[in-house]
Write a protein that binds this ligand. Structure first.
Ligand code: ADP
Ligand code: MG
Ligand code: MG
Length: 883
């Protein structure tokens, strides 16, 4: 087996299509080499080695050693240097790289191959002791931390003490002999901690680092990240071993990161940061404040430090050209890492750039309009679930702002919450239902769980490409980064700014849109959905086949749904209307009545309310489709529970409270979910359906007159399992229609259908479809009844099921396609057999879940219906389902 792939000039063996084998980083390094871009040569040890390693008791395949050695020989030939040699020593970087990038999850070791002898050789060759020992101390620190497990804080401490002692402000102030001293102190520290010396043997160093990369695949923080992002464990990581290039060789050297477009706004302008005389992750680690790459960005940031464009115009021009090449080649915005060694540009990484939703929309629309990609591709590039971010509130522009400071607007949206200073507290508070803002000097991969729990993130150090900024954008969380004016005292849980102190639990607001940090809670407002979003959604609308409706019953919800582009109402639940205000009294009166006559009296009180509900909805919807579900829940849900309630109803009905209580007890059911509800209730209390049908017809005729349009509500009978159930309820609806037609001199337009939410109904759909003009798949109940899992009781075990991977996803969130989906499929097919024109839709929570929507497209449903806020998600997902 071939376990190792070389990259560099003409020898390159891999390419961008080989991400599964080479990991994202390795595949792209190979692709850049193929494109003729300046990439230091190296080789990739495949992800298969990682898989093999874990399957075979943490052992490497036996051919690996030999293949690595010949790859090193190839790199030596390409660079004219030699590994483990005292003349022109070859130094290596050892870098992890899974199929998808996992920012900051895996650790990189730089300058590998240095020891007491090679460091001297390097110093002599470069005629620069400072550079050689600066590289060496970096190597010892990184290697000790990543491979040997000696905490990097030890080294930071030694360095900080040394700097204090010598009055040095920056790392770059240290001389060669200073670093030499530090190196000696570092080595002593390692020996003290481990009881054995830091490895001098280059071969040992190499395999130690390679092993550490594979081991890091299984460390808790990597596993957490994978779980959160649904990355399979079996993918494994590759290891990239690459010749070092040095950004720390002086003032004509630098290292940096860049995006080909602004990752925050999507603006089509190169965007990035760099540091002179620095190496590796210095830029993202926030060690010094980085400089901007372009003049434009420098001016916008009011930075006094010169841009790359100004200091190294030739390097900048070359870099700009590389950016264009890569963006055109990959046809997407790229996130790049580069190093300049004595004025020579080297590319170290390219990948698809993570971006905010705003930037994703803008780049997709811009690229489609410039012809770089098609509209279909643009639509495919936006993850439907990410649209949730757009629904983030922003700060009301008219509200008072008690500004504490301003930092970098690292990730958009505003958030408000109580201060916490560590991630565990963030998690605890969140669990207690308390929104929090995570305040840190800078976040690290250990903070992922806290960032997830927080409403927003505030850091005092680090730039737009810092860990906090990148991760927050990925999560769609508001983030303000690098607020230098704020001091954070983690130990005492205190944040101070401008002479004011804030402790844990104090409420602040951050505005990730402009970088403001505000004291207290601030008025928020809902976002406006226009511009790029609107355009992309229009493209999606022109692509999708299925209609998108909303589940809504109040005028407020209906308005939101319409503003988000809903084309109809797929589920109007009438029971919500029964709880409102004084109606509940009449409802209770109805339920507790003994005779049909009494029930009718109570229902007559409800009729005007119910009619007005429908008038309000039809007024907004006019001739757009509206599916109204007749009363569904078990009656006891409406019963008075407290003594006062019972007394009140008794007074109203003029009956004895004791009698009322008994009647209420009679109505109690052991298992109401499977009890007297839905069509069963409508059959045992036919007056209810009659009243509701009348209210619907009268309202529809009223609006139809008002607007001169045909208003044809779809009346839905819930919980049917027998055709005869539907027939009975349908007959009474038809009868009311005739009575209303006589009374008002006009025949109401309507259709009658049923909810398919019981397995029997799904299986016997051919039969039932003979009496139905439409089916709506009520997949919430259908999931409960297919699994036999009560949704309200599922929490105690479903979580564990998911942990143990018995279930991949929560079936109440994403449709169980194999089981519940099979029933839906059978039902749709058989329903159409009996009634070719039958209209089919889905109205469970699943109607807003992208994976479930794709399934609905595959089986040819006519529409999906979801909660109003999910409508944009569903529109986009429905379009992607077609592509
Ligand atoms: P990550 O996946 O965390 O980004 P990388 O493998 O990209 O880790 O390495 C981190 C940084 O190390 C890079 O951004 C780059 O600055 C530096 N680096 C990696 N390989 C080399 C190399 N061959 N020469 C110089 N610097 C390197
Ligand atoms: Mg890293
Ligand atoms: Mg990188």
């Amino acid at each position: 087996t071939k376990w190792v792939y070389i990259f560099g000039d003409k020898k390159t063996e891999g390419d961008a299509s080989m991400k599964e084998l080479l990991g994202g980083k390795g595949a792209n390094l190979a692709e850049m080499s193929r494109l003729g871009l300046p990439v230091p040569p190296g080789f990739t040890i495949t992800t298969q080695v990682c898989t093999h390693y874990y399957e075979d008791g943490q052992q490497y395949p036996k051919e690996l050693k030999e293949q690595v050695h010949s790859a090193i020989a190839a790199v030596e030939a390409l660079t004219g240097r030699k590994f483990n040699s005292t003349t022109k020593p070859l130094l290596l970087s050892v870098r992890s790289g899974a199929r998808v990038s996992m920012p900051g999850m895996m650790d990189t070791v730089l300058n590998l191959g240095l020891n007491a002898r090679t460091v001297e050789a390097l110093a002599q060759e470069a005629n620069d002791e400072r550079f050689a020992y600066d590289s060496y101390r970096r190597f010892i620190q990184m290697y000790s931390d990543v491979v040997l497990g000696v905490d990097h804080d030890f080294f930071e401490e030694i360095l900080e003490d040394f700097k204090d002692e010598h009055d040095y402000a920056l790392d770059t102030d240290l001389s060669g002999s200073d670093w030499k001293e530090i190196v000696a102190a570092y080595k002593d520290k390692v020996k003290e901690e481990l009881g054995r010396p830091f490895p001098e043997d280059c071969e040992e160093q190499l395999w130690g680092a390679v092993g550490a990369v594979f081991k890091s695949w299984m460390i808790p923080r990597a596993r957490t990240y994978r779980t959160l992002h649904e990355i399979p464990e079996g993918w494994g990581t590759a290891v990239n071993v690459q010749a070092m290039v040095f950004g720390n060789t002086g003032e004509d050297s630098a290292t940096g990161v860049a995006f080909t477009r602004n990752p925050s706004t999507g603006e089509n302008a190169l965007y990035g940061e760099f540091l002179i005389n620095a190496q590796g992750e210095d830029v993202v680690a926030g060690i010094r404040t980085p400089q901007d790459i372009t003049e434009k960005a420098r001016i916008e940031a009011y930075s006094e430090k010169p841009s790359l464009e100004a200091t190294m115009p030739e390097v900048f021009a070359e870099f700009k050209a590389v950016c264009d090449t890569l963006e055109n080649h990959y046809r997407d915005m790229q996130d790049l890492e580069f190093t300049v060694e004595h004025g020579k540009l080297w590319m170290l990484q390219t990948r698809t750039g993570k971006r905010t939703l705003k930037a994703a929309l803008k780049t997709a629309v811009d690229m489609a309009e410039s012809g770089m990609i098609t509209r279909e591709e643009a639509v495919e590039r936006i993850a439907p679930s990410s649209l949730d971010q757009l629904l983030h509130p922003t700060i009301d522009p008219n509200s008072e702002r008690d500004e504490l400071s301003v930092g970098l607007p690292a990730s958009p949206g505003a958030a408000c919450g109580a201060i916490v200073f560590n991630s565990d507290d963030a998690e605890t508070e969140k669990a207690n239902g308390r929104p929090v803002i995570l305040v840190r000097t800078e976040t690290s991969p250990e903070d992922i769980h806290g960032m997830h729990a927080a409403e927003g993130i505030l850091t005092t150090r680090g730039g737009m490409t810092s860990h906090a900024a990148v991760v927050a954008r990925g999560m769609g969380k508001p983030c303000v980064a690098g607020v230098g004016a704020i001091r954070v005292d983690v130990r005492n849980e205190l944040m101070s700014v401008g002479g004011r102190n804030f402790g844990k639990g104090d409420v602040i607001t951050i505005d990730g849109g402009n970088g403001q940090v505000l004291a207290g809670r601030v008025q928020m407002q809902e976002p406006e959905l226009s511009g790029d979003f609107k355009k992309l959604m229009e493209w999606a609308d022109s692509i999708r086949r299925m209609d998108v409706r909303a589940n809504a019953e109040t005028p407020t919800d209906v308005k939101v749904a319409l503003s988000f582009g809903a084309e109809g109402i797929g589920l109007c639940r009438t029971e919500h209307m029964f709880f409102e205000g004084e109606r509940i009294l009449a409802v209770r009166e109805m339920i507790l009545s003994d005779t049909a006559a009494e029930r009718k009296t109570a229902l007559a009180k409800l009729l005007p309310f119910q009619r007005q509900d429908f008038i309000d909805i039809f007024e907004l919807m006019v001739d757009r489709p509206v599916t109204i579900r007749l009363l569904d829940p078990p009656l006891h849900e409406f019963l008075p529970k407290t003594e006062e309630d019972i007394a009140e109803v008794a007074r109203q009905m003029d009956v004895d409270p004791e009698e009322l209580r008994e009647r209420a007890e009679e109505l109690e059911e052991c298992n109401p979910m499977l009890g007297n509800r839905g069509c069963r209730l409508l059959i045992s209390n036919p007056e209810i359906a009659e009243m509701q049908a009348r209210a619907i017809f009268e309202a529809a005729l009223e609006i139809s007159k008002r607007h001169g349009r045909r208003v044809a509500p779809e009346i839905m009978v819930p919980l049917v399992s027998l055709k005869s159930e539907l027939d009975i309820v349908r007959a009474s609806i038809d009868q009311v229609a005739e009575i209303v037609a006589k009374e008002l001199g006009e025949k109401p337009a309507y259709s009658v259908g049923t909810m398919i939410e019981l397995p029997r109904a799904a299986l016997l759909s051919e039969d039932i479809a003979a009496s139905a003009e439409f089916f709506s798949f009520g997949t919430n109940d259908l999931t409960q009844t297919t699994f036999g899992i009560s949704r309200d009781d599922a929490a105690s075990f479903l979580g564990k099921y998911q942990e143990r991977k018995l279930l991949e996803k929560d079936p109440f969130v994403s449709l169980d396609i194999e089981g519940v989906g099979e029933l839906v499929k059978i039902s749709a097919k058989n329903g159409r057999k009996a009634n070719a024109d039958i209209k089919l839709g889905i109205c469970g929570e699943h109607g807003g879940d992208p994976a479930s929507i794709e399934f609905c497209e595959v089986i040819g449903l006519n529409y999906v219906s979801c909660s109003p806020f999910r409508v944009p998600v569903a529109r986009l997902a429905a379009a992607q389902a077609v592509l």
